[in-house]
Design a protein around this ligand. Sequence first.
Ligand SMILES: [Zn+2]
Length: 318
Amino acid sequence: MNSERLSSINKVAGGTEEQQKIVHETYEQEFLTEKFIEKGEREKTPEEKEIIAALVMELNDFLGKYGAKPLNLEETHIHILDKSKMSQEELENFEKTYPDSFGFYQAEEQGVVISGWDVLNHLELANMIVHELIHFLSYGSAIIDKATLEESKNLKINIHIHRTGLSVQKIMGENRVSYFNDINEAVTEELTKRFGERFKKIPLLAEEYENVLKVREKYSNPDILATKIRTIDKPESIVTETMVKGYGYKEHRENLNSLIKEIYEKRKDDFASEEEIFTIFAKAAMTGEVKELATLMDSTLGAGTFKKIARPKEDDDK
Ligand SMILES: [Zn+2]
């Protein structure tokens, strides 16, 4: 079990041992295959490549503290889209499918897709990448639905992604239903926020991060993620305007944080800080072991509380 992680999939369930091995190898092959999305991907700049390499190094270390197993991610696992290379339909589809996010992680393709437009600067892009790479590096599992793997061409049809961090997907007849999606996004974005301190160590991001810290202080708003000062040249004077962007999944994060607070208020004898309780959520997402979290919630807030946050949602796409 202590073997090196070669794809985002830590565990394959169902089928025979031999079939599970084949599925692991399929994802490993997928992980190794360099891809370029014909419709819409743009080349990365040398700076972006340098930033991604630094982010991967820091992220593997940062998430390791929560129990995630490291992965040799490369810049080629990240696909940055260019609006001008997409058709109107592709663009609308992207914005409709991911209304609250700027990208997505594809376990099947072992990649991350990021919308590369409307970003203020490198720091905002880096935050988007970090969020998606946390999904990538969190615990991942797949299930073999029906053991008909001899027809290797149909391999993928018979497998589905079961876990990504805390989120669980189940096949219900024709539909895929996902559970614990909101809480998973909240934990992912809260981890993204905590990762921020590491931007200080990345030369191409350090200055932009220092500016963010100043703006956060000025507006007493710790939720600011990126900022940019824009100068508008008007005939009579030069006007400067501060543009800011905040962390995503605000409502989900507020729910998570009030849940943590509620637990902490009742368990002050057992925990030194709310952060210790957040760590239990994050570890569950990174290791796939949810027992400690479920027990903590049920014993503190009442039996069945953990299941209540599952909030099932039907997925029509991913
Ligand atoms: Zn996400």
